[in-house]
Design a protein around this ligand. Structure first.
Ligand SMILES: C[S@@+](CC[C@H](N)C(=O)[O-])C[C@H]1O[C@@H](n2cnc3c(N)ncnc32)[C@H](O)[C@@H]1O
Length: 180
């Protein structure tokens, strides 16, 4: 990622009000399936932003690692986790253009509102057998095509070796919840 892009994300996060403990929640599309998320084990939040989903996972009982390119977002995520008393959540700056940082397979892999096809294989392998994968991204379905938008059926194809629990594609958003 270019420095300009990083600065743009930093600027966006700086302009937002600080996330509050009540903001700690799963992305909307996954909320109806909250009960399927385990209450212990490990989780990875890819492109975690301000850590609101990671904090939800940590409150649920998971030990969570979140990565994002924006140092501002990562700092805000750390503050949010501290305010929530989530000792099981940690965050680090990482440029996912360089790939997924190495680590052990996890029980939950969340990647919300971020799409980089080059990461698909690494994400598939990072979920342990029986683990949960939750991916959402902008979609071309119900919107005009764009570089960061998933093509019709793209997410389901990318994770077709998993058992799909639920998926959706409409109004410019695509998502899939699946078990390895
Ligand atoms: C739309 S936000 C989604 C954030 C969070 N997952 C959520 O759902 O609120 C996209 C995130 O991707 C991060 N990002 C963009 N390019 C990245 C890269 N190359 N490496 C790591 N993170 C990146 C941005 O900083 C931003 O936090």
């Amino acid at each position: 990622m270019s420095d300009d892009d990083r600065d743009r994300w930093d600027g966006r996060y700086r302009s937002l009000p600080p996330a509050e403990p009540d903001d700690g929640r799963l992305p909307t599309v996954f909320q109806p399936f909250a009960h399927l998320f385990p209450t212990d084990g490990t989780a990875l939040d890819v492109a975690c932003g301000r850590g609101t989903a990671a904090v939800w996972l940590a409150r649920r009982g998971l030990t969570v690692r979140g990565y994002d390119i924006s140092p501002v977002a990562v700092a805000q995520a750390g503050v949010l986790a501290q305010r929530c008393g989530c000792t099981g959540a940690s965050f680090a700056v990482a440029d996912l253009d360089d790939g997924l940082p190495p680590g052990d397979p996890v029980d939950v892999l969340l990647c919300a509102n971020f799409r980089d096809r080059r990461l698909d294989e690494a994400m598939r392998y990072r979920v342990r057998a029986g683990g949960l994968l939750a991916v959402s991204a902008l979609s071309e379905v119900g919107a005009t095509p764009g570089r960061y938008r998933a093509a019709p059926g793209e997410l389901r194809r990318a994770f077709s070796t998993f058992d799909v629990i639920a998926s959706g594609e409409a109004d410019g958003q695509a998502w899939v919840l699946a078990r390895r």
